[in-house]
Design a binder for this molecule. Structure first.
Ligand code: HEC
Ligand code: HEC
Length: 644
């Protein structure tokens, strides 16, 4: 066997599965890779890779942009996962000092402490790393790398440590793992979901609650069968915090609610009518009584802080659980918005604390019945953890590379100190644009950021009347900005020829930004948006086997049916606007076709979100329903669209 081929195969195996044997899929893939060279070579390769790797140390004083996105504490130390630098910062929890930094990967997405070990997600390699930190030696080691479903974003661990869950965004999967005989995580199930997940929470009976990253779905996964169960849809989106309520029977959820029936005018933003930020209480019993077949929409109201409505849609099942156990608590009042509420904790003595990421604050209440107060912390707090022994809360500030320390002793929580993770270098215009994108202070009174609608550059899937069509009364679906740099003109009508023009309008109208025109961060935001790339299709992210014949037939039909006339070129769009028969409420007839790259990751489709499935989109060849497509053609075109 030529040496080159053997080397290539070893490298490939190393890419996908160093350390431990993970999923059946990966075992299958490895079997394919090695079928020519035999199991002997595999065993040598794997045993060589299973050896400990020590993690290179970095100097925290070197100028860098770290961007800590997650934080945890263990054995007297606090650790942050830094997305920008791929490093882990180590803070001494007694001295409140950054003591070390280690380079663990390219982009880290999350970390948790697991006994004396750390579990860290390397988002760019789709791996869950098991690390061991030794303070005495000042060293960190990688004990294991386990490849999980693509694009992992968050980790949860059950109370007794016997189950680990990892959510993966674009592949819409949750990976369940358990310790193997060597005490390292090994994959038990890979659970497909109908939505792109992020936050996770184990219930006391070891079930797993999974929250939507963009919309408002909450799904209870049965960890025994490894199957997704009932889905509840809260009246909200951008779920960024999940925690157990003090009664143990409900979960607390932080989310935003965009009102699609109103406009982005000064008054409506000022009074919190356009975007609300809330703490929802959802009783776990509601999942038991909800149907598994279709999502159950819960129609919460603020009445008396408790929930009264049940289902507002005829196609959804009713919740028969004790309705009074639902709750909705508003965060923010006129002139004090609370854009982008995020992670939250409830301490044993009933202190609830959550990050208000967009306004650089934490909100806290010292008892469940008291109102929330605010405290300023580092820039864009996204994650927090509590050190119960020291009575301290640590809050990671993503945009100033900081950890704020809050003291829980005393009558009410107080900011003790802000720890720097190291020297931050000067930001590039793109990095400044990213910071602005997540900054709720650019909106009137801090009610929301660009990310509140265009979640992480994608879309929350809702409609909003942002005046993009120059008129009020015809709300439009929030467009995904992933890939937007290449797909001008902008807005559904294609009315804006320059991205900068659209961004200026977004700041002035959508955000009701109160800065002077020359102070608007238009250049920075536009350069940031130009770096965003379309997401992979769900199919590609799952690495599904594709039926190439079906795909080829779909691609041909896409051309024969003239789809290509309007969805052309590498981005599958065009610069013209067309009348496809889908007119809006105000009689606008011509729309600019959105790029079809990553189209499977959006739901719903069309400017008014009228298509809930890709089949709905494909009812006719030109979208106007006048020339219905045969069912077989719909199947072929769907297969093609799902591959893009
Ligand atoms: C309240 C929700 C909301 C907020 C906040 C918001 N947008 Fe939008 N955005 C929309 C909607 C809805 C559209 C589609 C409007 C239309 O075409 O009529 C849109 C369209 C866009 C487009 C055009 C995309 C394309 O491919 O044509 C860009 C670019 C954009 N927004 C950028 C931003 C930026 C930057 C911010 C923050 C400064 C922002 N938006 C804030 C709702 C919002
Ligand atoms: C005459 C031009 C034209 C033709 C032909 C055409 N489209 Fe479109 N397409 C559009 C426009 C314009 C929109 C946006 C319409 C709207 O939302 O009002 C659109 C929207 C879509 C969307 C939804 C995108 C989203 O993000 O909401 C999909 C998917 C799509 N087209 C696929 C197809 C396929 C498949 C065909 C062929 C069977 C096709 N189109 C034929 C112009 C066209």
């Amino acid at each position: 066997m030529p040496r080159m081929i053997i080397m290539k195969i070893i490298i490939k195996v190393g890419d996908i599965l160093p350390g431990s044997l993970c999923t059946e899929t990966f075992i299958m893939r490895i079997k394919l890779e090695i079928c020519q060279i035999g199991a002997f070579l595999l065993s040598i390769t794997l045993s060589a890779m299973a050896a400990d790797e020590s993690v290179p140390e970095l100097n925290p004083q070197r100028p860098a942009v770290r961007r800590p996105v997650d934080i945890c504490q263990s054995e007297g130390f606090v650790f942050t996962a830094n997305h920008g630098s791929g490093s882990i910062s180590v803070i001494d929890a007694d001295r409140l000092l950054t003591v070390q930094e280690f380079h663990a990967g390219k982009h880290l997405a999350a970390l948790e402490s697991w006994g004396t070990r750390l579990l860290v997600l390397d988002n760019s390699r789709h791996q869950l790393l098991t690390l061991q930190y030794s303070a005495a030696e000042g060293k960190m080691r990688i004990l294991d790398r386990c490849t999980v479903a693509d694009h992992p974003v968050d980790i949860a661990i059950s109370d007794d440590g016997s189950l680990i869950a990892v959510s993966s965004l674009w592949s819409r999967m949750v990976t369940l793992l358990e310790p193997n005989s060597a005490g390292l995580p090994q994959i038990r199930n890979a659970v497909p979901l109908d939505f792109a997940p992020r936050r996770l929470l184990f219930t006391q009976d070891q079930q797993l609650l999974v929250a939507d990253s963009f919309g408002g779905s909450l799904c209870l996964v049965d960890t025994v069968s490894g199957k997704a169960g009932a889905v509840l849809q809260i009246n909200g989106h951008n779920i960024r915090g999940l925690a157990h309520g003090p009664d143990g029977r409900s979960v607390l959820v932080t989310a935003q609610t965009l009102n699609s029936d109103t406009f982005t005018t000064y008054e409506r933003v000022f009074w919190g009518v356009l975007m609300r930020n809330s703490l929802h209480t959802v009783p776990l019993a509601a999942f038991q009584s909800a149907a598994v077949s279709s999502p159950t929409r819960i129609n919460e109201t603020y009445a008396g802080g408790s929930y009264s409505g049940i289902s507002d849609r005829s196609d959804t099942a009713d919740v028969t659980a004790d309705a009074a156990a639902f709750g909705l608590y508003p965060l923010g009042t006129p002139s004090i918005g609370s854009g982008d509420p995020g992670q939250l904790i409830v301490t044993a003595d009933d202190i609830t604390m959550l990050v208000v990421s967009g306004t650089n604050q934490v909100a806290y209440r010292v008892a469940g019945h008291l109102p929330f107060e605010r405290m300023r912390v580092g820039r864009r707090p996204e994650s927090l953890c509590v050190d119960a022994d020291r009575r301290l809360v640590f809050v990671a500030g993503r945009f100033d590379d900081s950890v704020s320390v809050i003291d829980l002793e005393g009558k009410s929580p107080a900011l003790r100190q802000i720890i720097s993770l190291g020297t931050q270098r000067e930001l590039t215009p793109v990095e400044q644009g990213e910071r602005a994108f997540y900054d709720a202070s650019l909106s009137l009174d801090g009610w929301y950021s660009c990310h509140s609608c265009h979640t992480d550059g994608h879309t929350n899937g809702l409609l909003s009347d942002t005046f993009g069509d120059e008129d009020l009364g015809a709300p439009k679906k929030v467009l995904s900005l992933l890939g937007t740099g290449d797909t001008g003109p902008w807005a559904w009508t294609g009315g804006r020829g320059q991205l900068e023009e659209q961004v200026t309008t977004s700041l002035i109208i959508s955000m009701q930004c109160q800065l002077e025109t020359e102070e608007l961060p238009v250049v920075e935001l536009s350069s940031y948006l130009r770096t965003l790339v379309p997401p992979p299709s769900v199919q590609a992210a799952r690495r599904d086997q594709v039926n190439q014949q079906l795909l080829e037939a779909g691609r041909k039909l896409f051309q024969q049916r003239g789809c290509i006339d309007c969805h052309a070129g590498v981005h599958l769009t065009s610069t013209d606007s067309w009348d496809t028969g889908l007119h809006d409420e105000l009689g606008v007839t011509h729309f600019n076709p959105p790029s079809l790259r990553g189209v499977s990751q959006r739901r719903p489709w069309f400017h008014d979100g009228r298509a809930d499935t890709l089949e709905d989109v494909l009812r006719s060849s030109h979208h106007d329903q006048s020339a219905p497509l045969p069912v077989e053609e719909i199947g072929l075109l769907k297969a093609y669209l799902e591959s893009l």
